[in-house]
Design a binder for this molecule. Structure first.
Ligand SMILES: [Zn+2]
Length: 178
């Protein structure tokens, strides 16, 4: 059950003060943590990323200085390079297709839902595949690309089944059921 927003914000202040990476409710905005959903079928792999902007930028508001604008531009360039962020088992014959980025705080896409004092980014990465079912793994490059990210809560769905897992720095390989 999601926490009321004001309560989640209070918890962030509390965990921040303690300097602890204590887990808040699943799905909540927690600095250092991202959610990744990977869906595999014969013709495509679709990956959804939900992350606090803090993990990508070190701040969570629209850029105010040239330095912040440069950070945003660099992060967006890295996010759009989906074939670098997600290296799918070559047996699946996947090619990068659409990348969609949504962030109310950065004025990206149509997202309007913004948290008080916090900002998120939701990204969709689509790959077209010749034999998606043969994908045995995905190498996730998020930890090497974004040093602020510590943990990824994973959800994977393939034609063979579903699983949940946690990926912790520096582990980068997600095994897929096949
Ligand atoms: Zn935040």
């Amino acid at each position: 059950m999601p926490l009321p927003r004001y309560l989640a914000a209070l918890l962030f202040v509390a965990t921040g003060l303690l300097g602890a990476g204590a887990a808040v409710a699943a799905g909540a905005h927690e600095h250092g943590v991202a959610r990744l959903d990977i869906a595999v079928d014969a013709a495509r792999v679709s990956i959804l990323l939900e992350t606090p902007l803090e993990n990508l930028l070190g701040f969570e508001h629209a850029p105010r200085t040239d330095a912040e604008r440069e950070k945003v531009a660099a992060a967006l360039t890295r996010l759009r390079a989906s074939q670098v962020l997600f290296r799918i088992d070559s047996a699946a014959g996947c090619q990068p297709s659409r990348v969609d980025l949504q962030s109310a705080a950065l004025g990206l896409g149509t997202a309007t839902n913004s948290r008080e004092g916090h900002g998120d980014l939701d990204a969709t990465f689509d790959f077209k595949c010749s034999q998606g079912g043969r994908a045995g793994f995905v190498e996730v490059g998020l930890f090497e690309t974004f040093p602020g990210l510590q943990r990824i809560e994973l959800q994977v769905a393939t034609p063979k089944g579903q699983m949940r897992a946690t990926l912790r720095r520096p582990t980068s390989r997600v095994m897929l059921a096949r």
